[in-house]
Design a protein around this ligand. Structure first.
Ligand code: DON
Length: 312
């Protein structure tokens, strides 16, 4: 008799393997508060279609989700303005770093996609329009509570303040877009909301919960709530696959084979459509700014479970 692979056993094995590895990448330091993260941490949480939760390592410890928040702000902005969003931001892979300035100049202030910093700032600007910064931020946080079915999720104000003090590159990108009329709101307001949503702290378990609607045609199977129509979930997954790891997106698709979104806090949210929502966390990054062990752990998981979107 052939047994299905035991998910919890595989997750435990992967957490043990990652704990033993000495190649851990480099913790991000350009946001001073993130430099305090412990590179020895590793967490993984997988929630399958039946709602079973498999966890390993530091899966319950909150970390700074950073750019993973861009998946949720994109979802919120598409809900607000629909396809009009694509007038402000493209949906092509960038092939350059997440904070590239030169590409924005070539392309007349219109960012390549919603996941590079410039694109995410333009998306945040859309959410802000018609609201005060505090209200827009409240909407984003409430949306996180809704998708994760968890009202304990908070913004780490220390991380937000740290990035506000040092985010000169993002200020350059935002000012450049403002000059081209891509941003509608005062640059300081838009950046304030952006820095704060990047500073949301979540554990792997909370993040895997929040991603469930993307794995299950727009609906969270445990709450029964429809977050977005199935077609929109499919398209957000497509953008995650093509753009979720910046100029590391090709390598991530090749090795892991799932839509995924990384953050400089060392987290990755990955979606196995119809199968599972997965979150991993290891603060050390590779040279494309994506979690080094996070990617290796996801590669091991998808190989052992046969979960690639490109076939087993
Ligand atoms: O804007 C920044 O630089 C950070 N708040 C987020 C960047 C990020 O997470 C890139 N991802 N790997």
């Amino acid at each position: 008799m052939i047994h299905a692979p035991d998910l919890q056993q595989i997750v435990t094995e992967i957490a043990d393997e990652m704990r033993r590895r000495s190649d851990r990448g480099e913790v991000a330091t350009y946001i001073p508060e993130l430099a305090r993260a412990d590179p020895a941490k590793f967490g993984i949480a997988v929630i399958d279609a039946q709602g079973r939760v498999a966890m390993g390592g530091d899966a319950e410890e909150p970390f700074s989700i950073q750019s993973i928040s861009k998946v949720f702000t994109l979802t919120l902005a598409l809900g607000r303005v629909g396809d009009r969003l694509w007038r402000k931001v493209g949906r092509e892979p960038s092939g350059s770093a997440f904070n590239s300035i030169v590409q924005l100049e070539y392309e007349m202030g219109v960012p390549r996609n919603p996941f590079i910093n410039a694109g995410a700032i333009a998306v945040t600007d859309t959410i802000l329009s018609g609201h005060k910064p505090r209200e827009a931020l409240g909407d984003i946080l409430r949306f996180m509570h809704f998708v994760a079915d968890d009202t304990a999720i908070v913004i780490d104000e220390t991380v937000a303040a740290s990035e506000s003090r040092t985010g000169f590159r993002n200020a350059a990108l935002a000012n450049y877009m403002k000059a081209f009329g891509v941003l509608d709101n005062p640059v300081d307001y838009t950046l304030g909301v952006y820095f704060h949503h990047c500073a949301i702290a979540m554990s792997c378990r909370q993040l895997a919960m929040a991603g469930r609607f993307l794995a299950h045609q727009g609906k969270n199977p445990s709450t029964g709530f429809t977050v977005v129509p199935a077609e929109r979930a499919r398209r957000i997954n497509a953008i995650m696959l093509m753009c979720g790891h910046y100029d590391g997106s090709g390598e991530f698709a090749y090795r892991v084979g799932l839509p995924g979104k990384s953050g400089v806090g060392g987290g990755i949210l990955a979606i196995a459509p119809d199968k599972a929502s997965i979150a991993v966390w290891s603060p050390g990054l590779d040279d494309t700014g994506n979690s080094h062990l996070g990617r290796i752990a996801l590669e091991a998981l998808t190989q052992r479970m046969g979960w690639s979107v490109f076939g087993a």
